[in-house]
Design a protein around this ligand. Structure first.
Ligand code: IPM
Ligand code: MN
Length: 373
């Protein structure tokens, strides 16, 4: 095994962010020790925590720190203390600026159910069975980054947000979705509202044009309202869902619910292959759970394994952690949000400790029998 030296920026953020990233960093540290890699973790202030300390959700030092690292691990941001602040000063504005500044235009959200967690899906077993798809959400354009305007007060108040896409922006994310699909089940479902929106008509034409370069991949178009329904009715029909920024935000929360808890789903945001990618659970900062040691760390842990795989090319290491998680779940250990009747409910830190215990046991096993999995 060759030694890999990497730096990881850690932006713990707000609410349960520090707890869940703490669990992920702990497992990455174990991984580095066992496989003799050298991971250096650099922490930076971000989100509401950075507003409180530096008056801005994305301090220059944080941005520069992220740029200097090989990958970024983010917890979650936001919370009631910053809810009354104007939109452009909120923690969320820091996240949007970070995405823009780092050129992160692709957001990947894998919707996969661990086999021992099928019972917590809100869908019947026959409907959820075979559900394994990825959402590729465009992350740097659309109504998120068009002009936002608020005018007037009271009854005279008005507001508008402009949705804007260029063909180039659509094309680059579409290519990524087709490449992803080519390595999976070769099916892309592009989601838009082309019967109403000009940006969606451009989206559909552009995606259709890109599809010609990928003859082995089948392309299907769905309107977003129908897609929202299909995700609930027949989730197993999807392989890769490609969609814009706003629709992707909404559909990915819906899809995450299929897994039984939004606390389980990781994400990767990336731009050019040579720039650092950002990994974060898709859940929010869950202020009501913060500091209680009950939050599910799995979204952050799967973000860490996605990081190992996608940014560092460390597939065996990623599998090593994921199979330890699966064994802990198979033994019936759960955090509160993913518990079923008969589960052994643990505090978040105890749950992570169980995973570390499984990692250690598999290490003893591998010393005897090697890493063949
Ligand atoms: C997400 C979040 C963000 C988004 C917020 C926090 C700005 O909901 O990553 O899905 O809307 O993109
Ligand atoms: Mn969201």
């Amino acid at each position: 095994m060759s030694r890999v030296r990497k730096t990881i920026a850690v932006l713990a953020g707000d609410g349960i962010g520090p707890e869940v990233t703490g669990a992920a960093v702990r497992l990455l540290g174990d991984c580095a020790a066992v496989f003799e890699h050298d991971f250096e973790f650099r922490e930076f202030a971000f989100g509401g925590a950075a507003i409180d300390r530096f008056g801005t959700p994305l301090p220059e030092e944080t941005l520069a720190g992220c740029r200097s690292c090989d990958a970024i691990l983010l917890g979650a941001i936001g919370g009631p203390s910053w809810d009354s602040v104007s939109l452009e000063k909120r923690p969320e504005a820091g996240l949007l600026r970070l995405r823009k500044q780092l050129g992160l235009y692709i957001n990947l959200r894998p919707i996969q159910l661990r086999s021992s967690l099928q019972g917590i899906s809100p869908l019947r077993r026959d409907r959820i069975s075979g559900c394994d798809f990825e959402i590729v959400r465009e992350l740097a354009g659309d109504i998120y980054f068009g002009e936002h305007e608020q005018r007037g007060e009271g009854e005279d108040a008005s507001a508008r947000d402009v949705a804007y896409y260029t063909a180039t922006e659509i094309e680059r994310v579409a290519r990524y979705a087709f490449e992803r699909a080519d390595a999976r089940n070769r099916h892309v479902t592009s989601v838009d509202k082309a019967n109403v929106l000009a940006t969606s008509a451009l989206w559909r034409n552009t995606v259709t044009r890109v599809a010609r370069q990928y003859p082995s991949v089948t392309l299907e178009h769905l309107y977003v309202d129908n897609a929202a329904m299909q995700i609930l009715l027949r989730p197993a029909q999807f392989d890769v869902i490609l969609t814009g920024n706003l629709f992707g935000d909404i559909l990915s929360d819906e899809a995450a619910a299929l897994a039984g808890s939004i606390g389980l789903i990781p994400s990767m945001s990336r731009g050019a292959a040579n720039e650092p990618a950002l990994y974060e659970p898709i859940h929010g900062s869950a202020p009501s759970l913060a500091g209680k040691d009950v939050a599910c760390p799995l979204g952050a842990i799967f973000s860490a394994t996605l990081l190992l795989r996608e940014s560092f090319g460390l597939e065996i290491e990623a599998q090593w952690i994921e199979s330890a998680v699966d064994r802990v779940l198979d033994h019936g250990y759960r955090t509160m949000d993913i518990a079923e009747s008969g589960s052994r409910v643990l505090r978040s830190s105890e749950f992570t400790a169980q995973i570390c215990g499984e990692l250690h046991e598999s290490l003893v096993h591998s010393e005897r029998y090697g890493w063949g999995v």
